[in-house]
Structures are given as C-alpha cells and as structure tokens.
Design a binder for this molecule. Structure first.
Ligand code: SAH
Length: 465
C-alpha cells in the first residue's frame, strides 16, 4: 500500500519540515498491524515527493484470534496489504501525527499555508465507483484523476474490479490534505479493521472540522465512515448540525408559509392528533412514518409506549437532520433511542427496510409526488411494504376558498404537485384499496365547513385478512 504526496511548492523541501520526516532518511515505524516506511523518492528544488509505504502483516493480524474459529482462507489471503484502507488512516495519524494536527515548531508559518499538493493512492478500493469518488473530492476543491483497473489483466472479459489508482490535486495546507485522506480513504473502502465505537464519532468530527458539515455528500461520508452503525450515524449527524452549520436556520421558507397559513386553527396539531389516534387504534407496535419531514409525528410515536419500533423515512437529508435534532436522538438513553430509526430513502423505490410493519403513516406527502410517479409510490407502499394499516392524509382542495390569504387556484404549498377535492381523493383511494386488497374509510381532520368540508382529508386503509 503506497501513498505518495508531492509538491512543486518552493522550496520543495519544506515538505520534509511539514511532515517532520527528514528527506535524506529512510525511516520505519512499527504499528499494530505491520510496518510503515517513510522515504522520499524525489527531493529537488522544484519538486519533492514523500512516500508512506505500509507493509500490512496479514498473518500477524490473524495470530492470537480465537483458535476455535473455523480456518478462513480469507483471513490470510485478502486485499488488505495492497489497498488503501483504514490502516492508512491509522498510519497517517501515527506516523504523520504532527503534520495531521498542523504542528511544526521549526517552521510554524508553513502550517497554515496552502501549498500545491498532489496525493496519489496507488490502489484504492472505491465502492460507488468514479462518480462517488468525484462527488467526495471535487466539492472540496480537488482535481481528481482516476484509473480503474481490470479484475485481471489476462482476462479482460471479466470486466473491471473495484480498484482505482487515484490522484488528487489541490492547493491546501498539508494538514488539510491529511485530514481529508484520514476521513475519506476508509469511506471508499468501507471495511474498517477495528471495531467502530462511539469514539469514532469524536475522531470524525475532529478531523472533519471545517469541511464536513458543509460537504454535499456529508450524509454518505458519515454513514460509511461509521461502518453503517445507525446509532453512531445519528449521533454524528446531530452533532454536525449542532456545530454551527447553517442548515439549522434553513428550514424551508415554503414550509413556514404553509404553517403560518394553517396556524390560526392549529391544523398541524389536529392532523397529528388524528393520525396518532388512528395508528394507535390499529393496535400497531411497529410503525412507519413515510415522508416524516422534521419528525413531528415520530416524536409523538416515541412518547407512546405502545410503539416499540418506529421508523421515519424521508427523501430529504436536511429534513432528517432536522428530525434527528428535534428528537435529540444523540442525547436519548439507549433504550429510547433504539426504538427509533431515521432512514433516508424515496417512496418511489421498493425498499426492503419498509417491509413487515404493522402500520404506516403518510402525512401530507402524496401531494408532493409527481402524478405520473404516483403509481410507483402505490406499489412501493401497498404491494411491497404492505403494512396492515395505512393512515394517509392530504389537503382537501375544496377548503382552500375559505382561506382569504390564499389566492384562488393556488396550492397551499409551492411544492404541491396537486391538491385533490374530496371526490378526487376518495376515487383514488377506493380504487387503490380495491386493487391491492385493502378496505378503506375516510375521516375529516380539522373544522368542517358545511359546504367545503374539512381542511385535511384522511384515509385509513386496513389490509384484508
Ligand atoms: N409528514 C410530515 C412532512 C410533510 S411534507 C409532516 O406532516 O409534517 C412532505 C415530506 O415528504 C417532505 O419531508 C418531503 O421531503 C417528503 N417527500 C417528498 N417526496 C418524497 C419521496 N419520494 N420519498 C420520501 N419522502 C418524500
């Protein structure tokens, strides 16, 4: 495993000061998983290159493990010695620790100075391919060069493997480059060689300071870095948002407009109450909130002991972050936090994570879906997820005329693709129920107008036995 860092900053030998490793020496360091060597293949006035070569001891890593375990060839024969992985992050922290933290006593002025740097990773396993590689490095300002390798050069028909040679270039302080590599290399590889515990959240936030909170792929980076452990992921996202990220203030202006329109009658609360009552009455213990937004209903579910598994799903990462904050997930005791999961996903696609639930709430979501894609949503929910009970609400368009502040013919929310009258909604829901084997009934939500009906309409679907 080889990482090469080079620069044409002058004097190029400054790289040696920054790395705290003398360019004339070949140095080796014992690490828990093998040996790291540092050497400079090139030291000139115009260019300087430093290499970090990891010699991962695959056999040593297995030694001392539980002898009762079955012999697994993969423990001995695997890609770990050859690819950039979490071993590299550990080596960066241990061998280039001062540089990573931005310390340099001999040349302190260098530390914060952006210099033109090139980092080359000879073999990086990239789950997600080149598109993901670019989506991660380019927003940070890097120029990315990636060459994908065939699985086996002798058998081109086998196609390409997951391995890339990657070169990234940017003018940044060396400590910034090292922090990026420290966090991101394991993100591509997604196989950590050690148990990922809570202290990883701290490391991630420390090394991600100043760049991770605003990274557009933050969500995926955090998820992968934390080895897909949802409780840690929530904790990290919650703290990233808390740490002065502007996201907090960006709750969509549109949503506020909708809220203020509906505030005088507190329709929002009435809707929550009605949905909660309907879900509760179904006897459900395992519940979904689909299109959970900022988690108001999830919070109500959480307060009610009847529900022991609560999953909120939304397509908007921002909303999920706001939900995690609202629920204070990272501060809840484990027993509470374990009851709830917030997941990122779209109701347009079949999702195994949604199967096997007792009830699903879909509150003020359908009107956000494009009509031609409504059919996909119908199948995802009624055919694939197929909970016993579905409680679904949507605005009643007829009622809009009673709102003086809403111009005629306008929707309540700029993101609404449509708003249905009562007959339109009932025709849709009745057809749906018949097609997928559910019974459906309708209930009004909010104060009913004698002519225009209630502001919100609700359908409760029960799966036929
Ligand atoms: N149920 C919440 C939020 C309603 S706003 C409440 O009553 O407060 C509509 C929500 O649907 C938004 O959070 C939006 O991000 C989400 N949404 C829109 N399209 C979606 C899709 N295809 N899959 C999942 N969620 C979606």
């Amino acid at each position: 495993m080889l990482l090469t860092i080079s620069t044409d900053h002058r004097p190029a030998a400054d790289l040696g000061y920054l790395l705290h490793k003398h360019p004339d020496k070949f140095q080796s360091f014992d690490l828990s998983f093998g040996t790291a060597h540092v050497f400079y293949p090139e030291v000139g006035d115009h260019r300087c290159a430093a290499c970090l070569l990891l010699d991962v001891d695959a056999v040593g890593l297995v030694r001392g493990r539980n002898p009762d375990q079955d012999f697994l060839l993969a423990q001995y024969v695997n890609d770990r010695p050859y690819v950039a992985s979490s071993f590299l992050s550990v080596a960066i922290a241990q061998v280039f620790g001062s540089a990573l933290q931005g310390r340099c006593t001999t040349r302190p002025e260098l530390v914060g100075t952006p210099i033109p740097l090139v980092a080359r990773l000879d073999v990086l396993p990239v789950r997600g391919g080149e598109a993901f590689l670019r989506a991660v490095f380019e927003p940070l300002g890097y120029e990315v060069e990636a060459v994908r390798h065939p699985l086996d050069e002798r058998f081109p028909e086998w196609g390409e493997g997951p391995y890339f040679s990657v070169t990234v270039r940017h003018t940044v302080p060396l400590s910034t480059l090292l922090s990026h590599l420290y966090v991101l290399v394991p993100v591509f590889d997604a196989r950590k060689h050690y148990f990922v515990g809570e202290d990883e959240v701290g490391k991630l936030l420390a090394k991600g300071e100043g760049w991770l909170a605003s990274h557009p792929a933050k969500d995926e980076i955090v998820r992968r870095y934390l080895g897909n452990r949802p409780s840690l992921y929530r904790m990290a996202l919650g703290r990233l948002v808390d740490e002065g990220d502007p996201l907090g203030d960006e709750s969509p202006v549109q949503e506020r407009a909708e809220e203020s329109l509906e505030k005088p009658i507190s329709l929002n609360d009435q809707r929550l109450g009605s949905v909660l009552a309907a879900v509760r009455a179904s006897g459900a213990r395992r519940v979904l909130d689909l299109g959970c937004g900022e988690g108001k209903l999830v919070r109500e579910f959480l307060k009610d002991r009847q529900f022991d598994e609560i999953v909120g799903l939304d397509v908007s990462v921002r909303s999920l972050e706001a939900a995690a904050r609202r629920l204070k997930l990272e501060r809840l005791p484990d027993a509470q936090a374990n009851r709830v999961k917030l997941i990122h996903g779209s109701l347009m696609y079949r999702d195994k994570r949604l199967e096997g639930f007792d009830a699903a709430a879909v509150v003020e979501v359908v009107e956000h879906l494009d009509p031609p894609r409504l059919a996909a949503f119908e199948r995802v929910l009624f055919e694939c997820a197929r909970p016993r009970t579905i409680v679904l609400t949507t605005p009643n368009r007829e009622y809009n005329v009673t709102w003086e502040t809403l111009p005629a013919g306008k929707f309540r929310h700029p993101d609404h693709r449509f708003e249905w009258s009562r007959p339109e909604f009932q025709t849709w829901a009745t057809g749906l129920a018949a097609r997928f084997g559910y019974a459906v009934r309708f209930l009004p939500v909010g104060p009913e107008h004698p002519e225009y009906g209630p502001p919100t309409q609700m359908a409760i679907f029960d799966r036929n036995a």
